[in-house]
Design a protein around this ligand. Structure first.
Ligand SMILES: [Zn+2]
Length: 140
């Protein structure tokens, strides 16, 4: 358990019914370890504490097509792949281009990418900041 111990006088964010928003509150009463009543720092109203809806990232999402939820992970992987790369060395993507693993690609839509895999005769996986895309190319 790494929950910070809260007590009256501490600040906490809570949903305020008057402000109809999540605002900063000061804890006015605790019941055991649970925040019971809070005072809204915006409107001064005192009300029962409501937990803010915590939007957890859908970690248990089934693996499938790359969806925006995965972007941050794809982006960090991409950053690692692009790290130290010189965009000036990137090859402007076109469907007829020849490519090999490790090549730097500049794509008009996806931006800078790194070839992470090639599949003969004409496909390559390119890691972009938004995820890995399967692109056409020409493999010798
Ligand atoms: Zn309020």
């Amino acid at each position: 358990m790494s929950n910070k111990q809260l007590s009256a006088g501490d600040h906490i964010t809570s949903k305020c019914t008057k402000c109809k928003d999540t605002t900063n509150h000061t804890i006015v009463a605790m019941v055991g370890d649970t925040v019971a009543r809070v005072e809204c720092n915006t409107c001064g109203g005192i009300h029962n504490y409501r937990k803010t809806a915590t939007k957890k990232p859908a970690a248990s999402r089934k693996t499938g097509a790359a969806k925006p939820a995965k972007v941050s992970r794809a982006e960090s992987q991409w950053e690692a792949l692009i790290d130290g790369a010189d965009p000036a060395e990137a090859t402007l993507y076109n469907i007829q281009m020849s490519a090999k693993e490790g090549d730097l690609i500049q794509h008009p839509t996806f931006g800078l990418g790194r070839v992470v895999n090639t599949t003969k005769p004409n496909k390559m996986d390119v890691a972009f900041s938004t995820g890995t895309k399967l692109l056409r190319c020409s493999l010798a």
